[in-house]
Design a protein. Structure first.
Length: 435
């Protein structure tokens, strides 16, 4: 069901631990070659090309690429009231957390008469991608749209793959989530072609975007890599992953259920338990054996758990376990230890940290208030999850008076000459000559 990796009696470097716990292999280079003709076709094409690509890759030809407002309204009208209530409760909590991420303007007085002000300016237009493969993700609508709205992005577009069973429209729950949040610009387009549409724009259909966010499959990740520069991106999201640091105080049923919950996403999803308790490890294996057989997506889950990217890792101590999970830098990291709060404070690298028994990853996926668009593949060592900050740029506004300029002029001229850029200094002396 899941392999056991025994790291007891060893002390490895960060890179050593990373090599010991491999992730699923993704051939992004091959995917980039595969999508190249798609990107060119969208760049030079029109809506007919997008409709033909939908037929080829999604098995359905939408009536039109832009989803009509009537379809958005109808999806919201027909949304299961229980699902609507759940979405609305989640929206409230996500807004609460993300409203506290708003950046304030700050003016620094460098000298009398010389100030630098940093103001946070939203990007003009964003394209938000919501996947629609094995599962439907209205939660991803919430996680992408809400921080963009709080950042005051003035133009927001959403793309999600057309679905054969819904006549070429994206899944109605995704459309309903867009309608709940007041999003009116939605496109029935998926995969690399959606990213290309956002990156290039298309006459009479969609304006070019400045930034694209949201998770997707390997072809979406490849398109983001290929088009980065033409657009800003949040990350090249890979398969989902969970790591759990646990000791003998953890309950095997909880741990096993949480591993299964993320393995449910994809056959290459990663599920890793790091523990200093051999007893817990065996109990988790027993729970996995019993629970996987009973769950709906058992075939997919079993393949994910038995893959090279999943493992139960035995360590000598929680301290060693902390070194392991900091090296692994999981997208989702649960801390289920006797001292979970203090242990969590020793974490440096993770997309999001879930502390204690009653903070499972599933809570963060939907309704904790945190964002679930998180760095994968070890990128948590250098990147953060999606936030209001993702949609903002810090601009510096520099204003010096005449006296403050004169005071610093010689310093600037000296540095300019030291770099053999005399014209930079001359831009200063020109003003000194005409005070």
């Amino acid at each position: 069901m899941i392999r056991t990796l025994d790291l007891r009696g060893t002390k490895l470097s960060k890179a050593g631990y990373q090599r010991a716990i491999p992730r699923a292999t993704l051939d992004i280079a091959a995917a980039m070659v595969a999508i190249e003709p798609i990107l060119k076709r969208v760049k030079n094409g029109n809506e007919e090309d997008l409709l033909e690509l939908a037929e080829e890759f999604d098995g359905v030809r939408p009536i039109q690429i832009r989803v009509p407002q009537s379809a958005l309204d109808q999806a919201l009208l027909e949304l299961d009231p229980k699902v609507r209530t759940a979405l609305e409760r989640s929206i409230e909590r996500i807004k609460l957390v993300h409203n506290d991420q708003i950046r304030s303007e700050k003016t620094t007085r460098v000298v009398d008469g010389g100030t630098v002000t940093e103001r946070w300016i939203p990007v003009d237009r964003v394209g938000l991608y919501v996947p629609g493969g094995r599962a439907v993700y209205p939660s991803s609508v919430l996680m992408n749209v809400i921080p963009a709205q709080i950042a005051k992005v003035s133009s927001i577009a959403v793309a999600s793959p057309p679905q054969k069973e819904f006549g070429g429209l994206p899944h109605p729950t995704i459309l309903a989530a867009c309608a709940l949040l007041g999003i009116t610009e939605v496109y029935a387009v998926g995969g690399a072609q959606a990213i290309a549409l956002f990156a290039y724009g298309m006459d009479n259909l969609s304006e070019k975007c400045d930034l694209v966010t949201g998770p997707g499959n390997i072809y979406v990740a490849a398109a983001k890599r290929a088009l980065r520069g033409a657009i800003g991106i949040d990350s090249e999201a890979g398969p989902t992953e969970i790591a759990i640091l646990a000791d003998e105080s953890a309950r095997a049923a909880d741990v096993a259920s949480d591993l299964i919950s993320q393995a449910e996403h994809d056959v290459i999803a990663a599920a890793v338990l790091v523990t200093n308790s051999e007893k817990l490890a065996q109990e988790v294996i027993n729970e996995l054996t019993a629970r996987v057989a009973k769950t709906k997506h058992s075939v997919r889950i079993r393949e994910a758990l038995s893959g090279v990217q999943s493992a139960i890792v035995l360590v000598d101590s929680i301290e060693q376990g902390l070194d392991v999970v900091n090296a692994y830098a999981a997208e989702h990291l649960e801390i289920q230890t006797l001292n979970s709060v203090s242990d969590s404070l020793k974490i440096r690298n993770a997309g999001a940290i879930f502390i204690g028994r009653f903070s499972p990853v599933s809570l963060g996926d939907y309704s904790a208030g945190s964002n679930h668009v998180l760095p994968t593949g070890g990128c948590a060592c250098h990147s953060s999850g999606l936030s209001v900050q993702t949609f903002l740029r810090g601009l510096h506004y520099i204003e010096y008076s005449k006296d403050a300029f004169v005071d610093i002029a010689e310093t600037v001229i000296t540095l300019a000459n030291s770099e053999d850029l005399p014209a930079h200094g001359e831009a200063m002396t020109a003003r000194l000559e005409n005070l």
